[in-house]
Design a protein around this ligand. Sequence first.
Ligand code: ATP
Ligand code: MG
Length: 400
Amino acid sequence: MSNNIEDDIENRETLLKVKNLSKIYGNEKKEALKLKKSGLTKDEVYAKTKTTIALWEVSLEVKKKEIFVIIGLSGSGKSTLVRCFNMLNKPTSGNILYEEKDISKYNKNELMEYRRNKISMVFQNFGLMSHRDVIGNVEYGLEIKGMSKEERHKKAKEMISMVGLEGVENKPINNLSGGMKQRVGIARALANDPEILLMDEPFSALDPLVRKDMQFELLTIHRKLDKTIIFITHDINEAFKIGDRVAIMKDGELIQVDTPEKMTSNPKNDYVKQFIDSADKTQVISVKNVMITPNSLVRLRDNPQIAIKVMRESGVSSAYVIADKTKFQGVITLDDALRAQRESLRLSDILIRDIKTTSPDTLLTDIITDATEARFPLAVVDDENNLKGIISKVHVLSSM
Ligand SMILES: Nc1ncnc2c1ncn2[C@@H]1O[C@H](COP(=O)(O)OP(=O)(O)OP(=O)(O)O)[C@@H](O)[C@H]1O
Ligand SMILES: [Mg+2]
């Protein structure tokens, strides 16, 4: 079974390739560069030159259709970096290749074409036009492109329903809640049908519950539209929840890029480790990381005597039942097996079929309730109902 997301991502085509990107703000660029190269930190360079090393030698690749999350403390360079991706910021040195072509070498028309059709941005403070209604905001980019009224209305409506705002097309922007405003922002960005969606802390102004809804919404939209999303956040839980891969930045430098799972199991240094330790582990660890193999397994066609023997040998009072090699059937208890032996019943007569199941890639956080309430450990099954392991309340709670 292929449940290794990372392998998939590593094999994917690269969409944006960033090579040795640096961005320096201030008047003493040469001096700042020299000091930075001699080993001073960003803060030390600033103290001496009043010049900021906002990005330093950043290299990374964004793969097609992934959600690439950039995380770091305030001032670490996240916004500066993504604003280079659409050339709102001009890098001091280094390259950004979009489909192998250097975007800093684009002429005016190429840049305009790139911004209108390939890359869109969603802002933290929504950046909506308050004198226009919802649909007026969503279709704005299409209007600029010269699309006919009818056509752009149709497209805008489609995007509005995509973000769950059907029915509010003609509401004034100021009558909307924060969450709704951000949905409009997303619909507007999507209306252009861009390849890449840049999102600079889009949810940080929202209250926690709305924020959770929006994270879910974003994942749903991503699944439906298959865009490449570059998403900035301060929040490691948010990063791990939505990111296929997460890039962690510090003082303008890129420290590590990895899948949440790999970053958790293999943090590059103490800085990364501290960041991760502040996260809620259940949001990162999935069932496959903590499930165990059931120590009493019987086949549906076995007779009760065999089942009793298996359970006795492993000192347990229930067994997991499979058929057709490893297809999961249910659970039997020792008591029922003893009764079956007395009354000449078959295992299928005493099989408990309504056992809760889960999949190997489910996050622990999503099964806590099931695992704590269930009578038996949950059966972990793959897409084809093959039994992969079991997971109990104890496994879930002890791994948190
Ligand atoms: N226009 C500018 N002129 C001078 N310095 C700037 C400018 N924009 C950003 N900086 C500096 O560059 C560094 C990186 O800033 P940036 O806004 O990219 O950080 P960030 O990670 O997005 O922070 P936040 O989480 O607060 O949004 C900071 O030290 C900031 O002070
Ligand atoms: Mg920022």
